[in-house]
Design a protein around this ligand. Structure first.
Ligand code: AMP
Ligand code: ZN
Ligand code: ZN
Length: 412
């Protein structure tokens, strides 16, 4: 019994994250990385939210930030967190199948979302913890998972109904902790703009504007609270993707494509992954799908133009179904619901990230950044190394982002 207790205590110590920073980290700056899901690049100009405008005018703004393919939430948050393209960090989509594990990952499957073995790369909070720096997360894709056996010292399992004010207050409380336990790398997440964008569509000035001004109030409280700490805090505000108008008449029913004995389909709306079953006839399956092309096209993965590399990643599937821009892959049940007015679909994303409507945001402010600087659009893989540079953390080898791309926005 006694040995058992000592052994479990040993395991606990091994598994527990660093709850105190190494003294060498105390004088480092702080970074709060805020993601506003679905915040399109043009919203600030269109609605001029006062707190955010002031933040931008006194800091750095990019014309836009270009998402990685596909312009979906999970792949892009995890790209921002790791500096790697989705084909490299492993979250290739919101929903995908892993033929080697013979298991499905999707964002509503808590056990998968919290299982670090799905995730590759070294997210910023893992990098911080591994270097003796306390990190904290009020939500961020991957922060609930034991990636490389590490979680942020403080984190919460995702709970979308948590009021934004509570999230902000917690961040301020973290910054008020005594030095050894005070996190230097903090993430924060708001879903409001994505929620409004999906429901009403990005062109609905009234609803998008109202959502943005409400979010701006919350951000204003954070800016004020952070300023009052007197700490060298750098705030980076990003989004994962933009939003395009999609109407129910643009929904494509893919139920007639089902061929259970030949393949399985992971449908993400703006694209679907087709995974052949063992022994399936690849050419026959391809011809079957091709013969049914309507407002979508079927690609063999080796010919698919959008994932940038790593075509051999089995999570991508054997074929990709890609709808025309503005159309969306759906199923009979959802289409029936939409026709009856049972769910409102105004906007969608996931499409080619080069399309302007899919472009995201990047704004930054704090002592590490130049003031009043505008930079051209850049890809979201480049955020990671600049955060490492600010926090004095090592930049892991083999990431896709390069520190030179954003170096020019740093003060001095
Ligand atoms: P989508 O628009 O389908 O790409 O996904 C956006 C949704 O992802 C948001 O509405 C959030 O509710 C959800 N989401 C964001 N972060 C997490 C998380 N860490 N775990 C589970 N769901 C999340
Ligand atoms: Zn999103
Ligand atoms: Zn969304």
């Amino acid at each position: 019994m006694r040995y058992f207790t000592i052994f479990t205590l040993f395991l606990f110590i091994q598994a527990a994250p660093a709850q105190t920073s190494l003294p060498g980290q105390y004088n480092k700056p702080y970074v709060i990385l805020i993601s506003c899901d679905g915040f399109r690049y043009d919203y600030v100009e269109r609605f001029r939210p006062p707190h955010l405008l002031q933040f931008i005018e006194e800091g750095v703004r990019a014309a836009s930030m270009i998402s990685s393919f596909p312009s979906k939430t999970f792949p892009n948050h995890y790209t921002i967190a790791t500096g790697m393209y989705p084909e490299h960090h492993g979250l290739v989509d919101n929903t995908f199948y892993d033929p080697e594990r013979q298991d499905l990952y999707k964002i509503s499957k808590r056990d998968a979302v919290e299982d670090g073995s799905w995730y590759k790369g070294t997210p910023l909070w893992v990098n911080a913890e591994q270097n003796g720096m306390v990190s904290a997360s009020y939500f961020f894709v991957g922060s609930e998972a034991d990636i490389q056996g590490v979680r942020p010292s403080y984190f919460f399992p995702y709970e979308g109904s948590t009021p934004n004010e509570k999230r902000v207050q917690q961040v301020l409380d973290w910054l008020a902790l005594p030095e050894p336990r005070r996190p230097h790398m903090i993430t924060l997440y708001f879903s409001d703009m994505d929620d409004a964008g999906h429901r009403y569509g990005p062109s609905d000035d009234e609803h998008i504007g109202a959502a943005l001004l409400a979010l701006d109030q919350v951000l204003g409280k954070l800016f004020k609270g952070v300023k009052a700490t007197g700490l060298p805090v750098n705030i980076i505000i990003v989004s994962d993707h933009g939003m395009a108008d999609v109407t129910p008449d643009k929904l494509i029913n893919i139920d007639p494509l089902e061929q259970e004995e030949q393949y399985r389909i992971a449908n993400n709306g703006a694209l679907a992954h087709v995974y052949l079953e063992q022994g399936a006839d690849r050419e026959a399956a391809y011809r079957f799908l091709q013969a049914r092309e309507t407002h979508f096209r079927v690609y063999k993965i080796e010919n698919f133009p959008f994932y940038r590399s790593c075509k051999e990643n089995p999570r991508l599937g054997d074929f990709i179904l890609l709808p025309e821009y503005g159309s969306y892959l759906s199923n009979s049940r959802r289409i029936a619901q939409a026709r009856q007015g049972n769910f409102q679909q105004g906007g969608e994303h996931g499409f080619n990230p080069e399309f302007l409507e899919m472009h995201a945001i990047f704004y930054a402010n704090g002592p590490a950044f130049k003031k009043g600087v505008s930079i051209p659009s850049f890809r979201n893989i480049h955020i990671y190394p600049i955060v490492c540079r600010i926090l004095g953390l090592p930049i892991p080898e083999g990431i896709d982002g390069r520190v030179e791309v954003l170096e020019g926005i740093l003060a001095e």
